[in-house]
Ligand binder design. Structure first.
Ligand code: AHG
Ligand code: MN
Ligand code: MN
Length: 330
């Protein structure tokens, strides 16, 4: 009989002294993602596919589900009583908790819907979240309060909406997996701790950007592509799902390396992925599973953020591979 999410969280409180307000927040987010999962699974039947006809702060066209998932997550966080402020990929600035709701000691950041280009084609997508300390609960939060390095995170995770809906998260005691049991509506534990092998046979990178890459990345990928007769002496396989949630999920389950490097198209955009609600939470999940996550130069979780929506190059996954491509940047 698998352990329920509720029981696991109670055990974390007693074994590791985790604040019941933090476990309460995680349970609340997990419940909230059931609602997103249900809408995702209904797709065209629920009228949630296609474009919303608007743009977010990154200048990306929003899909209906980006907006729907963002609204659901914001409302859930606001009414939870556990948070002082909310920040999202889909909102220019941090959101304060409206007067009618209580505030709590946490800040929540999220990418409400990751892998937007997969929504309309029924391929895996997800919701990523990161929880930071807010200090004494208060209402007047500013963007600046969120600019804490990833090592400050108190919990981080994602829910992947794929053939199964799964919650994957960490509170610093391993990366654990819960699968949503549709017959009972509960999350049941299906992995007690993920572990990424140090060596890898698979890599993930969007090769259509190759002509824009910087030299260390070109060198590394060329060596992988050279296979058995090249400097690495073995063949590698390649995957690209175009949803970071799905790539990280694959790496947690069967190893490999994922890269979204910076390139020389636009120096103001170091990479595509966002530090605060994509790279930081995913880096912690990878590290808790024995992997490594850098921006090519330094550990992602030690970067001091300067903006809520700042972008960062990402190399994460198998220790040996991430360390090798990072060494090429030195
Ligand atoms: P989002 O849908 O939240 O904007 O994020 C998409 C990100 C990431 O999940 C994925 O790895 C990458 O963009 C895909 O980029 P390409 O368009 O280069 O495939
Ligand atoms: Mn994303
Ligand atoms: Mn998104």
């Amino acid at each position: 009989m698998s352990k329920t999410l509720g029981l696991y969280l109670r055990e974390m409180e007693t074994k590791h002294g985790i604040d019941p307000q933090l476990t309460g927040l995680i349970a609340h987010l997990a419940d909230t993602c059931k609602e997103i999962s249900f809408k995702v699974s209904r797709g065209a039947l629920a009228g949630v596919l296609g474009s919303a006809g608007s743009e977010n702060v990154q200048g990306e066209t929003q899909k209906k589900l980006d907006v729907i998932a963002n609204d659901i997550m914001c409302q859930a966080c606001a009414e939870s009583g556990y948070v002082s402020g909310i920040a999202s990929e889909e909102m220019d600035h941090a959101l304060q908790v409206p007067e009618q709701y209580a505030v709590g000691p946490y800040l929540v950041l999220f990418d409400p819907l990751d892998g937007s280009s997969n929504i309309d084609i029924n391929v895996s997508i997800g919701t990523i979240f990161s929880i930071l300390p807010a200090g004494t609960p208060h209402r007047d939060v500013t963007d600046e309060e969120f600019l804490q390095p990833g090592v400050n995170q108190l919990a981080a995770g994602y829910v992947v909406y794929g053939p199964q809906t799964q919650l994957v998260f960490t509170m610093g005691h391993g990366t654990v997996v819960f699968t949503l049991d549709l017959s009972s509506g509960t999350y049941l534990q299906t992995s007690e701790g993920m572990s990424i092998p140090a060596a890898a046979k698979e890599f993930a990178i969007n090769c259509s950007n190759m002509r824009h890459w910087e030299a260390p990345v070109t060198r590394y990928i060329n060596e992988l592509l050279a296979g058995k007769t090249g400097p690495r002496g073995k063949d590698f396989n390649m995957r690209w799902v175009a949803a970071m949630v799905a790539e990280v999920h694959r790496i947690l389950n069967r190893g490999g390396i994922f890269m979204y490097p910076r390139d020389n198209r636009d120096p103001s955009k170091p990479g595509k992925l966002r530090l605060m609600y994509e790279a930081n939470p995913m880096s912690w999940l990878i590290e808790e599973a024995g992997g490594v996550a850098t921006n090519g130069y330094e550990r992602i979780r030690e970067i001091q953020p300067t903006g809520l929506h700042q972008r960062v190059a990402v190399f994460l996954g198998a220790k040996e591979e991430v360390e090798l491509v990072t060494s090429y940047h030195q």
